[in-house]
Design a protein around this ligand. Structure first.
Ligand SMILES: Nc1ncnc2c1ncn2[C@@H]1O[C@H](COP(=O)(O)OP(=O)(O)OP(=O)(O)O)[C@@H](O)[C@H]1O
Ligand SMILES: CC(C)(CO)[C@@H](O)C(=O)[O-]
Ligand code: BAL
Length: 321
């Protein structure tokens, strides 16, 4: 196995990416453009991340992962301070999964003069102010600002096809990033993978490290609620979201922020159709079910941690977990 290389500066990473791509291009049949796979993370890696890395590795010639706890996307200082950091263990995991280059910059490298800078930021627009964006003001502006910078740093001055991998656990983030790439013309193909869950149903998340055993049990109410909605959608029943919200309001240790059914691209809430207005319960139209055009999103605080999760609602979504 070749030794993984950890870069601390954008200049080092840029040079290493170009060198790796040139070397790869020499080994490929003439005229073949190498593929660069990029997996951005905030570290404290788990099996959700390793699946993204494995998928990137399977499709790309050169794989880059970044580890950067981006202060701009935290609306809560305390959350930023206690975010798990474990660079050495993360690098070992990335090495074991065949990553070639790791970009792990300090805050001053990404934002010289921070906290005064950066002056110029990317605005995630309306999409960035729905649900998670409403509860964490500025969060998605911070995400798209850093992802924009990371794409600029990783995009090489050499011929390459670029893929960037994101998890569907952060479904709102995925929608916002897809939109940013389209709006700002990044030459990057956005790829995504389904949510990786523990056997219990709990979605893997770096912040799970901060849950006690009891809180882990309490957190299962989130995935259980989503699975109820998924099963109802699969059977063509009314979703009865209000009833599920009422159950969550009663659940021990869970402080629900939102549970909503939305369009995965616009993140707009899917309202009950006219014919169902009398009962005012969301029942997905046949089209929405057939095209998996609906996502149930949930966010809740459990103990000290804010957790998010989601599930696709559709005809074959019952097989997801
Ligand atoms: N359980 C999961 N399944 C699939 N992808 C995941 C999962 N958890 C994280 N990812 C993806 O990994 C990438 C990096 O995420 P990040 O480093 O913030 O980890 P995280 O577990 O989401 O952390 P957090 O505790 O902040 O939610 C993102 O694209 C995210 O969607
Ligand atoms: C995309 C990302 C790495 C940007 O900091 C982060 O939001 C994450 O890990 O999901
Ligand atoms: N993956 C989510 C990043 C955040 O909560 O800031």
């Amino acid at each position: 196995m070749t030794e993984i290389r950890v870069m601390r500066t954008a200049a080092e990473l840029r040079a290493a990416v170009v060198e790796s791509l040139r070397q790869t291009a020499r080994e490929l049949p003439a005229g073949t453009v190498p593929t660069l796979g990029f997996v951005p993370t905030m570290g404290a890696l788990h099996s959700g991340h390793s699946c993204l890395i494995d998928a990137a590795r399977a499709e790309a010639d050169v794989v880059v992962a970044s580890i950067f706890v981006n202060p701009l996307q935290f609306d809560d200082d305390a959350d930023h301070r206690v975010y798990p950091r474990q660079l050495q263990a993360d690098v070992e995991l990335l090495q074991a999964h065949g990553v070639d280059l790791v970009f792990a910059p300090e805050v001053q490298e990404m934002y010289p003069g921070y906290p005064e800078g950066p002056l110029v930021r990317v605005d995630a627009g309306e999409l960035g102010r729905r649900w998670e964006g409403a509860s964490r003001p500025g969060h998605f502006d911070g995400v798209v600002t850093v992802v924009n910078k990371l794409f600029n740093i990783v995009t090489p001055q050499a011929p390459a096809r670029i893929q960037a991998w994101f998890g569907e656990k952060d479904a709102e983030q995925l929608a916002v990033i897809r939109r940013m790439v389209a709006d700002l013309n990044h030459p990057v193909e956005i790829r995504s993978l389904p949510i990786i869950r523990e056997h219990s149903g709990l979605a893997q998340s770096s912040r799970n490290q901060r849950l006690s055993e009891q809180e882990r049990q309490e957190a299962l109410a989130l995935s259980a609620a989503l699975f109820q909605l998924r099963d109802r959608a699969a059977q063509g029943q009314p979703l009865e979201v209000d009833g599920v919200v009422a159950q969550l309001d009663m659940a021990d240790g869970v402080d629900l922020d939102y549970l909503v059914v939305v369009d995965p691209t616009t993140l707009l809430e899917i309202e009950p159709g006219e014919e169902q207005a009398a009962g005012s319960e969301v029942r997905l139209t046949e089209d929405e079910v057939l095209q998996d055009r609906a996502l149930a999103l949930i966010a809740a605080r459990v103990g000290p941690v804010r957790l998010i999760d989601n599930v696709e609602l559709g005809s074959d979504a019952g097989s997801q977990v």
